[in-house]
Design a protein around this ligand. Structure first.
Ligand SMILES: *Cc1c(COP(=O)(O)O)cnc(C)c1O
Length: 422
């Protein structure tokens, strides 16, 4: 498989080539349910592996510190125009290396070390970079955290407001990594206005749903939109910061020269292609199918007796709470992996267990939807998950191997974008 796909790599470095080939097989054969992952198209893959890689281009289109930018400027300008058109924003910066440095640039643009910043607590579904203690953002800034209600699993907007008015944070982050429900950006905007805070929507997980019209857009409500490009948006690993004109200079200065040096031009090219793909009607259909699949999968899991945080999902993500089962999250995740179903273990809100050995499993439908699975397959997926968790409880490796064979069989009928047929 890899011999024809990466001939130069195979002849120069057969050892490394064998790892890539093995990963191609793994991604083709498994049912990938990690909600932050996806399959990029062959076009995105090609754009991300071009000679644009060879070019240094510190600065921005038309304002570079290196010569020879004739083509690079066009690539970056195209990515910027497409981001502005797709999300309906005044300004887009497509240079952040990834989601975490993008968020760090937001701090640099609007806050000073020691300032109070507010975000959702990591164990409640927030991201490390929203001021959580072990992150630089939680040690260089004073992070205060909100969460979800114990009874509903939903963001407690009254508590968010009380905390914001008591703390008057410089920055408020909304968005997260394990939030199965729609974010009320208007409610956050009201709170930020009252507290005098800059509001940042970190839509890393749901950017593709927003682009496809399957989740409300934060653009009219927030000061800055931060997003990765590689999750539901289905682009290369990278990030973007988008804002109104009034914040454009602060954001650009923070990314370069504030935080980064030369942009990764090959990634910018991949982002431009992904944004073009995301502007097509087929992507709107994709985004809605991701949500329909997640809702169908949630319903089937509930039927199989699983508890879900917040009782279900509005988006691409489901958080299974195994507190009532005999199997905690990590053991379940590892058993599912042996069954060919790739997930990640995750804390659930108010988790009685430790973060490295928590009670939850986090799953999502972006990848399986990219391969063409639809709602009719979700009862089968839920059944595989239920049987795998049962097998984990009993230590039944044979059952896991049998599920793996079934998974491989189904996935062979749904070739992944960007990958050769397995
Ligand atoms: C994934 C994610 C990030 C970080 O992105 P990286 O590219 O992994 O640095 C930031 N914020 C949220 C909400 C995310 O889900």
């Amino acid at each position: 498989m890899s011999a024809s796909r990466h001939p130069a790599l195979l002849s120069t470095d057969p050892e490394l080539a064998s790892f890539v080939a093995a990963e191609e097989v793994l991604q083709a054969q498994t049912l990938r349910l990690i909600p932050s992952e996806n399959y990029v198209s062959a076009a995105v893959l090609e754009a991300s592996g071009t000679v644009l890689q060879n070019k240094y281009s510190e600065g921005y289109p038309g304002r570079r510190y290196y010569e020879g930018q004739q083509n690079i400027d066009r690539v970056e300008a195209l990515a910027i125009e497409r981001a502005k058109g797709l999300f309906g924003v005044d300004h887009a910066n497509v240079q952040p290396y990834s989601g975490s440095p993008a968020n760090l640039a937001v701090y640099l643009a609007f806050a000073k070390p020691g300032d109070t910043v507010m975000g959702m607590a990591l164990p409640m579904g927030g991201h490390l970079t929203h001021g959580w203690g072990v992150s630089a953002t939680g040690s260089w800034f004073r992070g205060v955290q909100y969460g979800v209600r114990a009874d509903t699993g939903l963001i407690d907007y009254d508590a968010v407001r009380d905390l914001a008015l008591a703390e008057r944070p410089k920055l408020i982050f909304c968005g997260g990594t394990a939030l199965p429900r729609t974010i009320d950006f208007a409610a956050f905007a009201e709170i930020a206005r009252e507290a005098g805070s800059i509001l940042v929507a970190d839509v890393a997980h749901i950017a593709g749903l927003i682009a496809g019209g399957a989740h409300p857009s934060p653009v009219d409500h927030v000061d800055v939109v931060s997003t990765t490009t590689h999750k539901t948006l289905r682009g290369p690993r990278g990030a973007m910061l988008m804002c109104r004109e009034e914040h454009a200079r602060a954001i650009d200065k923070a990314v370069f020269p504030g935080l980064q040096g030369g942009p990764h031009n090959q990634t910018t090219a991949g982002i431009a292609v992904a944004l073009h793909e995301a502007a097509q009607p087929s992507f709107t259909a994709y985004a809605h199918q991701v949500v329909a699949n997640a809702k169908a999968l949630a319903a089937a899991l509930l039927q199989n007796g699983f508890d879900l945080v917040s009782g279900g999902t509005d988006n691409h993500l489901i958080l299974i709470d195994l507190t009532g089962k005999d199997v905690p999250g990590k053991i379940a995740a590892k058993a599912l992996d042996r069954a060919g179903i790739v997930v990640n273990y995750n804390t659930v809100p108010f988790d009685p267990r430790k973060p490295f050995d928590p009670s939850g499993v986090r799953i999502g439908t972006p990848s399986l939807t990219s391969r063409g699975l639809s709602t009719e397959h979700m009862p089968l997926v839920a059944d595989w998950i239920a049987r795998s968790v049962d097998a984990a409880a009993k230590g039944d490796e044979q059952a896991l191997a049998a599920i793996r064979a079934e998974v491989t069989d189904l996935m062979a009928a749904f070739p992944a974008p960007g990958l050769p047929l397995s």
